[in-house]
Design a binder for this molecule. Structure first.
Ligand code: FAD
Length: 396
């Protein structure tokens, strides 16, 4: 396959890597370039949902994820030291009735290994500096960081998986429609002495009106904690560890960070021969554990539409799904975190009865990614449909 026939993926985050893996297995030999010279060692996402486990099953990655991760069986909401709501995921999926706790760094490592094992190459230290549509494809300018050399690439399809600040989105003047929450959210990854159950994610309403989200970090990060369980403590007030009454840190945090929370979706998910996936297409608060998972689904839809020669359906298939998910997650995030009176009222008086209302299954379906089905005509064939000899089955 000549380079002008190869799809180009920009960004080797989880979404670009998943797209590369899906395409490689279809025999497309995608090219994937990434600015960073090293793979990430810190993790934003901590949970893989059942939908992603389904989509990655045939690649062999799901089996490795299940070995390295740990099931999170539901969510507990705490107030004044007591569990006031318990949501269990029992029965939500026939094979995977849980969220799999697994760090993003581990997920990216497994996706990368699978792609390499299938004959792919990740080209690191290469930045996309511009892109434009041309007849029958896209032209992309790349900069090789090591020697500052420029390269012009012609590609039939450009998949922009270049994250929330997507250069492709700016270059093609695509609106990122939505809004940003006031204030910042804060996180600390730290070992804890606690009686909080590790098989649940925890939302704790604090005395100062803020909230904390607490769950274990499973995966590669555990190698650096002397066998102790590492936890993510995330909240909407500075210094979340100071608000945590249910646990005591046993060491200094291994990672602390803060970030703004936005809820936005691209007005267009494709422009000519450029397609957007993952955070380049949509962002929302981490409360739904959907960002990476939704992006992996974008990648799967993109790869299968390319396989059946129907990429023209990409925007129409993905836009309603992405908009719905972002709206749902925004609503749940306000319910948990907003300081506005109606949400504070709902937290105190409506949420305690949530376990007996349809809101419960709405929350569970949104979080697990099972809130919509995927078109049956996109299901890949059972056999390995590699177009060229030499693209091998995975050996992880
Ligand atoms: C605290 C927190 C917790 C979260 N928890 C979850 C969770 O539990 N589950 C979940 O599903 N999601 C979660 N998310 C969201 C998830 O982390 C993101 O949705 C995910 O990282 C998106 O992946 P991506 O590949 O689209 O983008 P990114 O991970 O941002 O990757 C984009 C890549 O593109 C590269 N790049 C950018 N520009 C260029 C360029 N011009 N040229 C070349 N390369 C470029 C970047 O270096 C980067 O490696 C969480 C987010 C946060 C902040």
């Amino acid at each position: 396959m000549s380079s002008a026939e190869r799809p180009l993926i920009v960004g080797a985050g989880p979404v670009g890597l998943a797209a590369a893996l899906f395409l490689q297995r279809e025999g497309f030999k995608p090219r994937i370039v990434e600015t960073k010279t090293e793979a990430a060692s810190q993790s934003k996402a901590l949970a893989v949902n059942p939908r992603t486990l389904d989509l990655l099953e045939s690649t062999g990655v799901t089996a490795r994820m299940l070995e390295l991760g740990s099931p999170v069986r539901g969510m507990q909401f705490h107030r004044n030291g007591k569990v006031v709501i318990g949501l269990k995921l029992d029965g939500i999926h026939p094979k995977y009735p849980f969220m799999l706790g697994l760090s993003q760094a581990t997920t990216e490592r497994l996706l990368a290994q699978a792609f390499l094992a299938a004959g792919g190459e990740i080209e690191r230290g290469i930045e996309m500096t511009s892109c434009s549509n041309v007849d029958g494809g896209a032209n992309v300018e790349l900069r090789h960081i090591a020697d500052n050399a420029a390269e012009t690439v012609a590609t039939p399809q450009l998949l922009a998986a270049d994250g929330a600040r997507s250069l492709a989105r700016h270059q093609l003047n695509v609106d990122f429609v939505g809004s940003t929450f006031p204030g910042e959210w804060y996180l600390a990854d730290v070992t804890l002495k606690t009686s909080l159950a590790p098989e649940f994610a925890h939302i704790i309403y604090c005395r100062n009106g803020g909230f904390l989200f607490v769950m274990p970090v499973y995966g590669d990060e555990q190698a650096h904690t002397n066998g102790q369980l590492l936890w993510r403590v995330l909240g909407n007030r500075p210094n979340p560890l100071a608000m945590l009454e249910e646990a005591e840190p046993t060491a200094a945090p291994v990672w602390e960070s803060s970030f703004r929370v936005s809820h936005r979706v691209n007005a267009k998910l494709s422009v000519g021969n450029v397609y957007f996936a993952g955070d380049a297409a949509h962002i929302h608060s981490p409360m739904g554990a959907r960002g990476m998972n939704l992006g992996v689904e974008d990648a799967w839809v993109f790869a299968n539409l390319l396989r059946i020669g129907q990429l023209g359906r990409y925007h129409d298939l993905r836009h309603p799904v992405d908009v719905k998910v972002v709206k749902e997650v925004e609503f749940f995030s306000k319910l948990v975190a907003s300081d506005a009176l109606p949400f504070r009222f709902a937290r105190r008086y409506v949420m305690p009865i949530v376990a007996r209302t349809p809101l419960q299954s709405r929350i569970k379906q949104t979080v697990t990614g099972l809130d919509h089905s995927l078109p049956a005509d996109l299901d890949p064939p059972e056999h390995e449909p590699s177009r060229e000899p030499g693209v091998k089955q995975l050996a992880l």
